[in-house]
Design a protein around this ligand. Sequence first.
Ligand code: MLT
Length: 238
Amino acid sequence: PDLIGCYAQQDWDSTLVVITDVFRASATILSALYHGAIEVQPVATVEESLQHQNDPDYLVAAERNARRVEGATLGNDPEEYTRDRVEGKRVVLTTTNGTRALHLAQEAGAKHIAVGTFGNISCLSDYILREKFKSVLVVAAGWKGQLAGEDCLFAGALLHHIGERNVDAKGINDALLMAEISFQKYKDDLLSFINRVEHYARLEQLGYLPTIAVCLEQDRYPILPLFDLERQTLLPLQ
Ligand code: MLT
């Protein structure tokens, strides 16, 4: 399959879109579902999330500029989503870039949308190979419209994990080629790449460095969130 591509001319019936926001929305979604949340409903605005503030079935999770939004119970740190907090709850989540990327994919016409990051790379790779998608489009969420190195690195890692022999070489575009070269170079010491990306500095400034290792740990949350178009929510693949 193609790995990083563009929205133009996709055959949405046979394309899996993988939303990746390595720091940190993807890991947060995985952690919530892995620890027993019933669903994660991604919403576009803080106002939409806060509408659920007084509903005991819901947990309001909202982040802007890497900080928890006032009035929300949870922010965007995967470690906050412990079993005792989230089990049996519906999480309604809005983040600066991650949930936005998901909505953009949907608006573009995507029919099959998954959330992927290092924490579920094996589950995701197995799913891609099993379901035989013709194309896989990795949406690297980035930061406010700018590329984020960590998201691209993950696209390279996914290609490595799936195994090049399983990917049509003609489908590897230049974006993926560069992502793959970066991953190959740094795969044994991801941190020496990661500590130079812009979002590392943001997280460091806010005192969130411990989250970096959590978000990079391979298969920490072996679960695959898939977006249910009808119910507009992320549910774990059963
Ligand atoms: C986002 O969605 O923009 C991010 O996950 C930012 C963060 O909270 O680190």
